[in-house]
Design a protein around this ligand. Sequence first.
Ligand code: MRU
Length: 376
Amino acid sequence: MKVDGTAYRSIWSEADGRAVRIIDQTCLPHRFETVRLESLEDTAHAIRAMLVRGAPLIGATGAYGLALALFRDPSDAGLEDAWRFLLATRPTGANLAWALEDVAARVRPLPPAERATAAFQRAGALCDEDVAINYAIGGHGLELVRAAAARKPGRLDILTHCNAGWLATVDWGTALAPIYRAHDDGIEVHVWVDETRPRNQGAHLTAWELGRHGVPHTVIVDNAAGHLMQRGLVDLCIVGTDRTTAAGDVCNKIGTYTKALAAHDNGVPFHVALPSPTIDWTVSDGLTSIPIEERDPSEVQRVWGRTEDGTLTSVAVTPPSSAAANYAFDITPAWLVTGFITERGLAAPDGLGRLFPEYQAAAEQKRTTSHAHHSP
Ligand code: MRU
């Protein structure tokens, strides 16, 4: 997407082929800064400290991180160590494990001297695939938005949570892709942007993205969504996801579940934009199977922002002696989901297996093989 007339992705390879560059999302919306990542440690830090975030972008960054590690140590042990190190950075999203596995599986059979370059190229290809997937999600979601707009005169009000826009992916975004496509097609859309405490990805990133693209939007506090829905001010919810189970349980940013409950209570359609690498085919029950990341309590106790003189700083919002808990994600059960918007089209909550039969079969095959290995 464009920033001040220049087309950007959220991550791209440097001309020397030995590093990548990212947009430092901890500075947005106040400052636009890019950062060069040239090692395993740089990429792991960028993911952990959330200079990059959003499940698909975490996956892309992890893939490049593995390649950068292999430039230094292309041995079997080097590959496995780097893989484990990167996998531990953020535990909840499915895309990181998926991308690391993809790159590792491709380079493992190669002689060590060829691994780094092959991994770097594969990471670039994964980025291109992510862009194509999200563009396709945008197209399928556009049909849904168009149909909703046809049913309602005037502007269409869409609510989204956290940031599932182009900054959370390599480009286009997932939940925001249909909104960009609808806006570009002349459909009158307006977005309610949940601020998304504690890190405010909605207020900081979604609002910035939408504003740069000229999409009308209004930031609301997280607790306002139910009120708006009761008054008929939300026509549609579209959110992203960090991991969705084969049975359609959706793990996404903390607060998604309560939005889905409010949507259900008020008859508002609740759609989840879902690229296939975010599906975890190995599990069905999200509540018992998906690890929920718990982040530093300081993210709850303090809030980041810009002072009048332009300094970026954080201020305390709780008494210093109060404990805080920082659960980063929650689970929305499949029965609260109206439907999924995937790169292959729309799916009912229990319809993912029919849309991606080969992925489901591959996971089943893997499960059977690993059972056979572990039987006495
Ligand atoms: O903690 P974050 O900012 O990485 O969480 C991001 C989200 O929850 C997004 O909704 C999700 O990754 C989908 S991104 C296309």
